[in-house]
Design a protein around this ligand. Structure first.
Ligand SMILES: [Zn+2]
Length: 255
């Protein structure tokens, strides 16, 4: 299975996620590359061209991975991507298949752009439609996600990563999300676990999460009709083990 790779060799973000120039409420990033000319854009995975917009709209091109790929956050799904501002896209046509790593696009100034750059958005799932207009009035790719949770950056030079935590394929993939204040959430296949239990292979234990997705500690949780006890660490007490109440009046995990 292909891993989704960052589409440019130099990561130089000139406007980031939710940027106040034109990215309000979006997961878009503008990449200026080396900024010494027009940098190439490489296919993050093997993908098919789904749409080509007009020059007035920056020659925006939409692509969908031909197979499911692995995202940097561990999700396995199809990827849909949008690239904007290439000055000439006459070499691209609908249905065209581009192999992972091939140069298929370049920075440019087509549409609303000052200075050569490439506007990139990435979404989980197959191509559905073009843009949606968000609450801030910005057009964006549906189901888009943060690029740092999507692309691996092996082989890239990070000139300005905008403070995001970028992952390499050699980094450990974890499902745990630190929420600060000793609170943890858990994401599996792109979904937050809520009011449910999961087996976590990283720590080799069962964990439970409340309706807001926070890990439950030192408390009972009703799961498939049975009560289980979650330790202070969040780990479920092993099957069959009983947790005695402090006053010895009974068991916490035996309702
Ligand atoms: Zn942009």
């Amino acid at each position: 299975m292909e891993k989704l790779m960052f589409p440019m060799r130099t990561i130089n973000i000139t406007q980031g996620v939710n940027g106040q120039y034109s990215h309000q409420g979006t997961y878009a990033i503008d990449i200026a590359g080396k900024d010494t000319g027009i940098d190439d854009v490489y296919a993050p995975c093997t993908m098919i061209c789904r749409y080509k917009d007009v020059p007035a709209n920056g020659n925006a091109c939409f692509f969908e991975s031909t197979e499911k790929v692995q995202f940097a956050d561990g999700t396995i799904d199809y990827a849909t991507m949008m690239f904007i501002h290439c000055n000439d896209v006459s070499h691209l046509h609908l249905g065209q298949i581009i192999k992972q790593g091939e140069v298929f696009y370049r920075e440019g100034t087509a549409g609303q752009a000052t200075g050569n750059h490439c506007h990139i958005e990435v979404a989980k799932g197959q191509y559905t439609k073009l843009y949606i207009k968000n609450a801030q009035g910005r057009f964006m790719l549906p189901q888009s996600v943060h690029p740092a949770s999507a692309f691996f950056i092996d082989g890239c030079t990070v000139k300005n990563g905008d403070g995001y935590v970028w992952k390499k394929t050699t980094d450990k993939i974890t499902n745990w999300i630190s929420c600060g204040d000793a609170k943890w959430q858990y994401r599996k296949d792109g979904k937050l676990i809520k009011n449910d239990m999961i087996w976590d292979s990283e720590y080799g234990a069962w964990y439970a999460f409340d309706k807001d997705g926070y890990m439950i500690r030192s408390a009972l949780f009703q799961y498939q009709g049975k009560f289980v006890w979650l330790e202070e660490s969040g780990k479920m007490l092993k099957n069959g083990e009983l947790k005695l109440k402090a006053d010895n009046s009974g068991y916490l995990n035996k309702a």
